[in-house]
Design a protein around this ligand. Structure first.
Ligand code: AMP
Ligand code: ZN
Length: 114
C-alpha cells in the first residue's frame, strides 16, 4: 500500500469505483477515460510501480492478472480481438505508478501503438 497511490486508494475504498471483479489478489474496474468501447483496468492488490518491479515471487499473480484480463475480454464479447497492455515508465506513457493491465477492445486496433 502506497499512501499517495490512486489505485491503492481505489483498492482500499478511499476513492469510490465500481469494481467489475475482485478477489484476494486482483481487482478490475473500468478506465475513467476509455480509449476503446471496452477499456478495463486489471490491477494486483499488491502495490508495485510497474512491470519492471515484478519478481519471481509474483509469477503466479501475474499469470492470474493475464488470465483475468482475457476472461473479462471474452465476457465483454471481445473474442474476435482485444489488446492487453502494460506501460512501464513515463516514456511509455505510464501515468499511474501502480502496476495495471489495460484490457482494450471493441474497435479495430492499429500496430505499432503510438
Ligand atoms: P497508464 O497511462 O498506463 O499509467 O494508465 C493509467 C490509466 O488509469 C489511464 O488510462 C487513466 O485513464 C486511468 N485512471 C486514472 N485514474 C483513474 C480512476 N480514478 N479510475 C479509473 N481509471 C483511472
Ligand atoms: Zn498502489
Amino acid at each position: 500500500m502506497s499512501q499517495e497511490c490512486i489505485f491503492c486508494k481505489i483498492i482500499n475504498g478511499d476513492i469510490p469505483a465500481k469494481l467489475i471483479y475482485e478477489d484476494d489478489d486482483v481487482v478490475a474496474f473500468n478506465d475513467i477515460s476509455p480509449q476503446a468501447p471496452t477499456h478495463i483496468l486489471v490491477i494486483p492488490r499488491k502495490h508495485m510501480a510497474g512491470p519492471a518491479e515484478v519478481t519471481q515471487a509474483d509469477e503466479t499473480l501475474m499469470g492470474k492478472l493475464v488470465k483475468l484480463g482475457a476472461d473479462l475480454a471474452k465476457e465483454a464479447g471481445l473474442a474476435d480481438g482485444f489488446r492487453l497492455v502494460m506501460n512501464n515508465g513515463e516514456r511509455a506513457g505510464q501515468t499511474v505508478f501502480h502496476l495495471h493491465m489495460h484490457v482494450l477492445g471493441g474497435r479495430n486496433m492499429t500496430w505499432p501503438p503510438g
